[in-house]
Ligand binder design. Sequence first.
Ligand SMILES: Cc1ncc(COP(=O)(O)O)c(C=O)c1O
Length: 388
Amino acid sequence: MKPSEIIDIETNHGAGVYAKQELVIVRGQGASLFDVDGNEYIDCTSGHGVANLGHAHPKVAAAIAEQASTLITLFESFPNDKRAALMQKMASLVPGLDRVFFCNSGAEAVEAALKFARISTGRVGVVATMRAFHGRTFGSLSATFNKKYRQGFEPLVPGFSHVPYNNIDALASSVDEETAAVILEVIQGEGGVYPADAEYIQAARRICDEHGALLIVDEIQSGFGRTGVMFAFQNFGITPDLLCCAKSLAGGVPMGAVLIGVKVQNLTPGTHGTTFGGNPLSCAAGLAALTAIEEEDLAGQAAEKGAYLMDKLSQIDSPLIRDVRGMGLMIGVELKQKVAPYLKSLQERNILALNAGMTVIRLLPPLVITYEQIDQVVVAITDVLTSE
Ligand SMILES: Cc1ncc(COP(=O)(O)O)c(C=O)c1O
């Protein structure tokens, strides 16, 4: 099939909810993606933060292939070797978060965490933050802030409020004895790549404790090494009660998870569940992915490469740049104008990058990106931001 035919089919038969690029990608390797004609692109999207391990990681691919011919599906009522192994691994990641609920996506992880918070506390209120993105199902969308995602779908779930991000006083004055949970990203991704201050995250923990509310941390985008540690909150010496994960958890195979702390109560058979949750195929992929993340010290790589990239980006002398910020390999370059034309120019230079809102170029490369590739990305960004 010709690229134009492929694009036409997707345009005509897709639901219409995605803006399509004029670029057909058929293969990936490490931090590179290849189009139908074999042209190579450096992937600074990682499929929105999924491909932390890079594309076609051999150990993940082998684990999937082996499990596919062993057992793909098994409801969680029946224990399974791969699921048990992944549960054990997940439970070892964060001291105090010993239990795990498996699901299939980020929004489902958020949905589950919100339900767990309500059933656990018997309370309704959820305090989320401005600019937050937590997903597009009704519960997760209720925690998401931007009107762009919410408009046309109201009424959303009652009991949600939004306070300014990184503002301790605003959080303190909106959490009370009716609050089931506070939900936060430690570094906001879709909202514009805004890292929180340590004091804010620590205050969120304290405020929740003072009022008997649970703290839900959403590391769906920032998790599994991307920010230079396994989870970004680990920089700040706190432990959430519920930790939402997805994206890179299973090396690209769809999977979400909620890690659950001791304060979360009342989770009994039937309170929640999902058909595909904890299926052996995703679990085998997750096990291989987490093992590789640890063996290859991808968090350490993200810390070093992120510092290198951030330094190079900060040196670009362009009147278009307002700010460069981020953690590890989750980096935003905020411009004084809309980024869409610059993303297009980058694509013409074989660099695929994301926006975060209208004015931020978001870079989420695979953590295995090479220094040579990082240098190519910097050259291309410098070129498009200084060539006017
Ligand atoms: C922080 C955060 N939470 C939740 C989600 C939703 O995840 P999914 O698209 O897998 O439903 C995303 C997706 O971008 C995200 O970045």
